[in-house]
Ligand binder design. Structure first.
Ligand SMILES: C[S@@+](CC[C@H](N)C(=O)[O-])C[C@H]1O[C@@H](n2cnc3c(N)ncnc32)[C@H](O)[C@@H]1O
Length: 489
């Protein structure tokens, strides 16, 4: 699969809230599928979707139609009243009793603006109504297809367009339309954001910063359920992978409640890592587990692998270095009633591997339960794999039972991200993984940056290696190995 195809698929799979251009792009993709499915639908879509997937100015439609008064340009404090103006649009006059049937037949050409009625009273005659039409789809009566013309005749509606003066307000605008009218002309208007419970999380660019509070307010107004909008103020390079953020609009409450794959999580979004775009990945990995398995989650965050795994009947050891993540992990275990099945630790990953994880492996290695080790810290996890070298003594090898399955994440900027993460995992483990691992593309994180997951059975020669990562030089005998040999000699 080409790098671009991977990206497109991942964009479709993982984007929760997308920007204006992507929305049209997605619509056109859906339209294409439907066109293939039905030649009849194809005709209508050619007018409603396929031929108009792009923003208005790019598809030859008068952009002034839905453009608020020029006076709003440059506004930094939101004045909603200033977004009021009138447009002339086509309408169909029809007998009141035909309303619902006509609406059903002509749904696709009726005006669709946020908050606008599509049918209004005809002021001149109470027994008639006016169906407001989308001027983009209907420029003249020729715009109607045969089926529509027939439907109009059937309901006694004259094929005649009436001019209608419509007052548009702030409420009838989409957020990108408001922002496009306010921000400097020609500059990019990003209305895309990630949503975490009641919090919208933006990543504004330099030219948008003078308008940041207005942008925050507009996003909040236009998205029901949002009560707080924040802007990221650093790149995500902190140890705990959380963002620095500033509140742009709303109550500033950072304690979010989200539901992912049927599990509820609560956490302080300003202090822990949470990414709504990982929900598919969490579900994919949890889908590999069987009741009775043991899961050892080294970088557990607030529990999006650990808690569903416990709910699936697995025993779980979950660790995170961030004391806040650890606190919310404990909270979420209780919230989801799995606190008896999850043991939580607040250790550095290496200390966890060499402590609780090792103890657990020693207890389980001779048994039948499958052990899964999850390592989701893509910036660093591949480098942590060396901690498994020589983790157990040869004399502790039970000769039965299966070795742990590792699911380790990594970012890649290479042309072949699959090979890149496999090679880096191999280097860290000290053994080649080629032919004995699978590599999964999780998502496209940024242009030329992929998040990958490499899964493999932890090789016998790694876990019982005589060269532990702690030993430094591979020439030196490992103290534990020595001890073991001493004991058996
Ligand atoms: C990318 S987040 C993943 C969290 C969670 N597993 C998820 O899928 O959402 C990585 C987590 O690793 C934790 N972390 C960072 N460095 C660590 C370390 N050295 N040892 C243990 N945890 C660490 C961070 O606090 C963060 O919660």
């Amino acid at each position: 699969m080409s790098r671009n195809t991977c990206r497109i698929i991942n964009c479709l799979k993982t984007q929760t809230c997308v920007n204006f251009h992507s929305v049209y792009w997605l619509q056109s993709c859906q339209a294409v599928k439907r066109v293939r499915a039905s030649p009849c639908i194809a005709h209508s879509l050619q007018r409603t979707c396929v031929s108009k997937p792009m923003p208005e100015e790019q598809r030859g439609v008068d952009p002034a139609l839905y453009t608020p008064p020029a006076g709003v340009r440059g506004m930094t404090n939101l004045d909603r009243e200033a977004f009021t103006w009138k447009v002339n649009i086509p309408a169909l006059r029809f007998p009141k009793e035909a309303t619902s049937k006509l609406m059903t037949s002509l749904k696709r050409v009726a005006l669709q603006r946020p908050g606008l009625k599509r049918v209004v009273d005809d002021g001149a005659d109470a027994s008639y109504k006016l169906l407001l039409l989308d001027p983009v789809s209907v420029s003249s009566t020729d715009s109607f297809c045969n089926a529509e013309t027939e439907a109009l005749a059937k309901f006694g509606v004259p094929l005649e367009l009436q001019p209608y003066e419509l007052q548009l307000t702030y409420d009838n605008l989409k957020s990108e339309e408001v922002l496009r009218a306010v921000l400097p002309a020609g500059q990019d208007v990003t209305s895309g954001f990630s949503r975490v419970g009641h919090i919208a999380h933006l990543n504004l660019r330099e030219h948008q910063l003078p308008f940041k509070n207005l942008i925050g307010q507009v996003i909040m107004d236009k998205n029901p359920g949002l009560t707080c909008v924040v802007n990221k103020t650093n790149t995500i390079d902190s140890t705990y992978r959380n963002f620095q953020m500033e509140v742009l609009a709303g109550d500033g409450n950072m304690v979010a409640k989200v539901r992912e794959n049927g599990v509820v999580y609560e956490f302080d979004f300003s202090k822990v890592y949470w990414n709504p775009r990982l929900s598919t990945e969490h579900s994919r990995v949890v889908g590999l587990l069987q009741p009775g398995d043991t899961v050892l989650d080294i970088f557990a965050g607030v529990g999006p692998f650990a808690i569903p795994a416990a709910r699936r009947g697995c025993r779980v050891l979950a660790n995170d270095l961030n004391p806040e993540s650890h606190r919310w992990l404990l909270h979420n275990c209780k919230l989801n009633k799995v606190d008896q099945k999850v043991q939580a630790f607040n250790l550095d990953g290496r200390a966890f591997i060499r402590g609780p994880l090792k103890e657990e492996l020693l207890a389980l290695l001779g048994g039948t339960a499958t052990v899964h080790i999850v390592m989701n810290l893509p910036a660093l996890a591949l480098e942590f794999l060396d901690a498994f070298r020589g983790l157990l003594d040869q004399c502790q090898s039970p000769n039965t039972g299966s070795l742990p399955q590792v699911h380790c994440y990594g970012f890649s900027k290479q042309d072949d991200p699959h090979k890149d993460v496999m090679d880096r995992a191999s280097a860290s483990l000290g053994v080649p993984l080629e032919g004995r691992c699978s590599v999964h593309l999780v998502r496209n994180v940024a242009p030329n940056k992929e998040m990958m997951c490499v899964s493999f059975t932890l090789p016998n020669e790694v876990i019982f290696s005589s060269n532990s990562a702690e030993d430094g030089s591979p020439e030196e005998p490992a103290p534990k190995r020595q001890k073991c040999e001493d004991a058996t000699d």
